[in-house]
Design a protein around this ligand. Structure first.
Ligand code: 5GP
Length: 113
């Protein structure tokens, strides 16, 4: 599968985003429809459709995404936050380019819906 998602458009600069972090492996930006006061998406520059299709060779990149998630959460001054990777449409994935949600700034209920 090729990357024809809105996130590939963001990565190429065709669609603007509110960037909070960038490096050679990933980009982090604010979600357009925030579910909490802080809602950031961390996405790999490499196209991976979802966690379901991630390979052993992606393990360093996946670890990097989590380290960056913590970095941006700290950057935003969050004491507590939630990282979420929705995988598959029934789990709420709507953009099929792997991404880590970083959500915080309000109390978060558990279990999630
Ligand atoms: P998913 O539902 O796939 O786990 O998360 C996709 C997220 O991408 C959603 O929270 C949605 O609001 C966000 N999103 C979709 N299109 C855009 C966009 O054009 N810009 C930004 N910043 N976020 C987007």
């Amino acid at each position: 599968m090729t990357d024809e998602t809105v996130f590939s458009q963001i990565l190429s600069g065709n669609i603007q985003c509110d960037e909070v972090y960038s490096d050679e492996k990933c980009l982090a930006f604010r979600d357009i429809q925030p579910q909490a006061p802080i809602h950031i998406l961390v996405i790999p520059r490499k196209f991976i459709e979802s966690l379901k299709t991630a390979q052993d060779a992606d393990k360093d990149l996946l670890g990097h995404l989590l380290i960056v998630a913590a970095k941006v959460a700290n950057q935003e001054g969050l004491e507590s936050w939630r990282t979420i990777v929705n995988t598959g449409s029934e789990a709420g994935q709507t953009v099929f380019h792997l991404h880590v949600h970083v959500i915080g700034g309000r109390p978060l209920a558990w279990p999630p819906g």
